[in-house]
Design a protein around this ligand. Sequence first.
Ligand SMILES: *[C@@H]1O[C@H](CO)[C@@H](O)[C@H](O)[C@H]1NC(C)=O
Ligand SMILES: *[C@@H]1O[C@H](CO)[C@@H](O)[C@H](O)[C@H]1NC(C)=O
Length: 249
Amino acid sequence: MPVRSTASRTTLEMCVSGWSAVKYVFIGVWIIFTVAAGQNFKDHPLVCEDGYKVSSIKRGIAEGKNVGSLTVECERLISTVRNPTCKKSSSPYVCNGTVEACHSDSWIGGFIGYELDVGGALLLQPICCRSDDVKVIEQTCKSVTLNVAGGDFDRSIKRNQLFHSLKCWSQQDLNGVLQDFVWQPSVCEFALSGGRPNRDGSQCSECNCDCGPFTCPDGGVHRRPFKLIHKRLNLSTCQCRCDCIFKCM
Ligand SMILES: *[C@@H]1O[C@H](CO)[C@@H](O)[C@H](O)[C@H]1NC(C)=O
Ligand SMILES: *[C@@H]1O[C@H](CO)[C@@H](O)[C@H](O)[C@H]1NC(C)=O
């Protein structure tokens, strides 16, 4: 299990103080060891199919919890991506603001969300994909901060962009208890190898997928589902098909 927290406080800790009224009796280090031992977490794999990229990521906050729902949308990068290879980012995670996941010409092709029981934080481990066909245009990369601690987020990218790498900061409360993570992916434009521009689908408008309401049957703590949506664009007709998968944990 790829998590290790920084013991030191970050400058973003200010965001946390005063945010949660909930008091925890366990200390942060305990969480990390518990998680490392494979206990007390639930994992939510939201992984795009081969040749797809994450095109949006959205987190909703449920009352009293840091994560209520997570939605990942996937879209094809180009009509044919030759031999994409995807793997989980290396572990462990430090979450001290350095790029830990997805390097060089990779794109983020999904996430595994690990829901930590104590504190309710959701750790996102990216799936890093590569193909000889896809080149990241480094000078177009921009860092995008997704959230403040305890806040929701909803970020989508354009068809000629990809989520390239990911930084995170762990957020503790004043007692040093892990509360949340602040996420900052880098968003870059990409080209096909050989400098060919990527024009696939540029004549079509964006797909909007509304997968409708869905409530998990347990009615318990995890009332809101985790959603994985594949947006499948027909390049000749510009029609979009939305394949929605709901996961209740
Ligand atoms: C973050 O942690 C890594 C690995 O321990 C270390 O190499 C790096 O210097 C740290 N960066 C900061 C900003 O503390
Ligand atoms: C795109 O739509 C056309 C017309 O409905 C259909 O004939 C074709 O098979 C579709 N292409 C793909 C890749 O689904």
